[in-house]
Design a protein around this ligand. Structure first.
Ligand code: CA
Length: 459
């Protein structure tokens, strides 16, 4: 079974008996079935999102309402982390998706069960359905390692110009997907507030100071979770790289640009590691099969990718037809009940490198990946003004303030501002599927310990 092959779980004609899943443009129709971990009435469980609800898959398995490979897959999960499931052989993961699709389908027979027991099973499944409003999402797995790439030429080139670099695009950019090792311990699930960090930076007068970071920004990204890893010293061929992705989530790579631009000698450090946010539902590799698309042709005159980063298969199928957007809501807008301002509208196709190339490059020196590792795409900025995917780009590095209405402007995020990321996979002939939300509100920086006892000295 090829991961890119379409099957009955993708059939656009199929609907669910969960009515809210059949509404047009809903994020979680029957064709999506993203996986997540949540807490409900004090109990931690995991399941699939369907319409406005979630189906408790752990309970399904406990009650033996799954059979065969689907049951084996569900039973592989120990505790409240999906790493073991993510690392299973793809056939088992597919069996689970197929069973859940049949179970939640309006009219599909459950092929593993006797016809007489099917009505009873669907009735029991209804009991295991919970409103998503009633649950609290958690991180879907233990994230051992997190790597963040830099794969939008537009984002990279603009930042190079803002910094006044003679050569805004680094010379390696078109030869390899640039990346740095991020901090996995501070990744949090959507809804967690982001506390403005304290840090060292150069102030407007050019003095090196320490304090609350003034230029706080968001970065709109998509991030892929690794399914099965590779042994140390054994690279991953680009043509097999897609088999090592389990699924994708939205990623907000919160960035304190004032800290980052001052500290970056070996790459980002404290300007990024204070926190990153992800959306809670993993949209699986299999769910995204109908949204595969060719990569953009490399512009005339660009260097040819070296053989280990080039494959005809990746060029033909390595892209995903995913639209992404970012919304900013100020405290004033929140007080007035306004949804805020859409400040970014972009598409994954603007990236110069595919996720397959990112992974093949990452493992090309033999670096080993593990199930649950996370690979961020980098800010998904495009060529146009509306596709700029962080405030630094939108304001041209604070030169052109962003009008947020009510007489207010922004050159960076202020305390109380909230950023919400959304994404939708759309493709001709397929039912669109969404990623849910990745949201977070900015809280003020804590008073730094050495200031609490010294009446402001040392600021
Ligand atoms: Ca980033």
């Amino acid at each position: 079974m090829s991961i890119f092959e379409l099957n009955t779980t993708h059939d656009p004609r199929r609907q669910s008996w969960v009515e809210s899943a059949n509404v047009a443009e809903v994020d979680f129709p029957l064709q999506n079935l993203p996986l997540g971990v949540y807490e409900h009435e004090g109990r931690v469980s995991w399941g699939v999102a369907i319409g406005e609800s979630v189906l408790d898959v752990q309970a399904l398995a406990n009650l033996r309402l799954l059979q065969g490979d689907a049951l084996l897959a569900a039973q592989s999960v120990k505790g409240s982390e999906l790493n073991t499931l993510m690392g299973l052989e793809p056939g088992l993961v597919h069996a689970l998706r197929r069973s859940l699709s049949a179970l939640l389908g309006a009219d599909t027979p459950l092929d593993a069960f006797e016809e007489s027991s099917q009505k009873k099973i669907k009735r029991l499944a209804k009991v295991l359905l919970i409103e998503r409003d009633a649950i609290q999402m958690r991180l879907p797995c233990a994230i051992g390692d997190y790597t963040d790439f830099l794969t939008s030429e537009y984002h990279t080139e603009r930042h190079g110009r803002f910094k006044g670099l003679a050569q805004p695009l680094p010379s390696a950019f078109k030869h390899l997907p640039v990346a740095y090792h991020g901090r996995a311990s501070s990744i949090r699930v959507s809804g967690t507030p982001v506390v403005r960090p304290n840090g060292q930076f150069k102030d407007a007068a050019g003095q090196v100071v320490f304090g609350p970071a003034p230029m706080l920004d968001f970065e709109l990204e998509l991030a892929g979770f690794i399914s099965r890893g590779n042994p140390l010293s054994q690279p991953i061929a680009l043509d097999r790289a897609h088999e090592h992705f389990f699924g994708w989530v939205l990623l907000n790579d919160w960035s304190a640009k004032s800290i980052q631009w001052w500290e970056s000698v070996l790459g980002p450090f404290l300007g990024k590691s204070f926190m990153s946010s992800i959306s809670p539902w993993i949209v699986t590799q299999e769910a995204l099969a109908p949204f595969r698309m060719p990569l953009n042709a490399r512009p005339e005159g660009d260097p040819q990718a070296l053989p280990h980063l080039h494959s005809a298969h990746d060029r033909a199928h390595g892209g995903l037809d995913i639209e992404l957007e970012a919304w900013l809501q100020t405290p004033t807008q929140r007080a007035l009940g306004e949804p805020g301002l859409q400040i970014t509208q972009t598409h994954l196709k603007h990236l110069y490198w595919s996720f397959g190339q990112m992974l093949a490059h990452h493992a090309s020196n033999g670096c080993n990946m593990r199930s649950g590792d996370l690979l961020g795409s980098g800010t998904i900025s495009g060529p146009t003004d509306e596709s700029r995917a962080c405030i630094t780009e939108i304001t041209q590095a604070a030169k052109v303030p962003l009008d947020v209405g009510h007489g207010e402007t922004r050159i960076a995020l202020q305390d109380g501002d909230a950023i919400t990321l959304r994404a939708k996979a759309r493709h001709a002939g397929a039912v669109s599927i969404g990623f849910g939300e990745c949201t977070g509100v900015v809280l003020s920086a804590p008073v730094y310990p050495h200031l609490e006892s010294s009446s402001g000295a040392g600021a």
